[in-house]
Design a protein around this ligand. Structure first.
Ligand code: FPP
Length: 253
């Protein structure tokens, strides 16, 4: 029965070089485990979020170096408002703190900063920092660093359905001609490609209302590491695993 063990592809290991011609164009990350990281160290949860912010920088650099085109970071979901006020307030201050430190370098590295999510409900200072960063990086042509903030996929899909219903009622859209491509353009992510690779840290294996429509054919990769510990090597390991996958989109290879 030796044939059973025969591999169709050479086994990639931590040392194998990455294929520069097969880099995922859009990587989306569910940054999970900040609270547990802090608890493990006897620190308040917000200390985990602060350490998580540093990991955002590390992974932005790693993604940029590999030639990833879009990096979406799930920084705050529509469900995260149910967390204690103090934690929510802290999370809302992180974009301005991060950008105050990093924006200059992001500009120099040709990174475009963007946000995907609902503006209403977000504090003015959070929006001001993100708006400023978007404006200052609008003409950059490198990596898109996209923060999913106040984002939830079910609401996104529902709002898109309402939009098409209104357009149909107004006679500006023919429902019979509505296709996936047109519907995709009604989502908050209209101008972004679907993620090729989705990474979730901390050992949780679920999507948590993240890019439900967009991840129909995304490759998933889960890490047991807590987000603040996630590093360049982990990111490269995820990309290496992505490169071992055969994407078939429901067809045959
Ligand atoms: C989930 O981990 C993480 C979040 C809800 C927040 C993620 C935000 C960051 C990593 C910082 C974002 C940085 C910028 C610049 C916007 P959790 O706290 O639920 O972890 P737990 O499951 O261990 O409690």
């Amino acid at each position: 029965m030796a044939w059973l063990w025969k591999k169709s592809k050479p086994e990639a290991n931590a040392l194998s070089p990455l294929d520069r011609d097969n880099i995922p164009q859009h990587v989306a990350v569910i940054m999970d485990g900040n609270g547990r990281w802090a608890k493990q160290r006897g620190l308040p949860r917000v200390a985990g979020h602060h350490a998580g912010m540093k990991a955002v920088k590390r992974i932005t650099i790693a993604a940029d170096e590999l030639g990833v085109k879009t990096l979406t970071m799930y920084a705050f979901s529509t469900e995260n408002w149910t967390r204690p006020r103090e934690e929510v307030d802290y999370l809302m201050r992180l974009p301005s703190e991060f950008l105050a430190i990093e924006l200059q370098e992001l500009i120099e590295k040709n990174v475009q900063v963007r946000m995907t999510g609902w503006r209403e409900g977000l504090p003015a200072h959070t929006l001001a920092a993100l708006d400023q960063a978007e404006a200052d990086t609008r003409h950059n042509t490198g990596l898109i660093l996209n923060f999913a903030l106040n984002y939830g996929s079910r609401r996104e899909i529902l709002e898109a359905v309402k939009t098409v219903a209104r357009e149909a009622e107004a006679g500006t859209l023919d429902l019979d001609k509505l296709d996936e491509e047109t519907f995709t353009k009604k989502l908050l992510t209209a101008d972004l490609p679907d993620p090729d690779l989705l990474i979730r840290t901390s050992g949780e294996i679920r999507l948590s209302n993240f890019m439900l429509w967009q991840s129909a054919y995304t490759e998933f990769w889960f890490s047991n590491r807590y987000w603040p510990d996630f590093g360049k090597e982990d990111f490269e390991e995820a990309v290496r695993e992505y490169q071992r996958r055969t994407r078939r989109y429901g067809g045959l290879k």
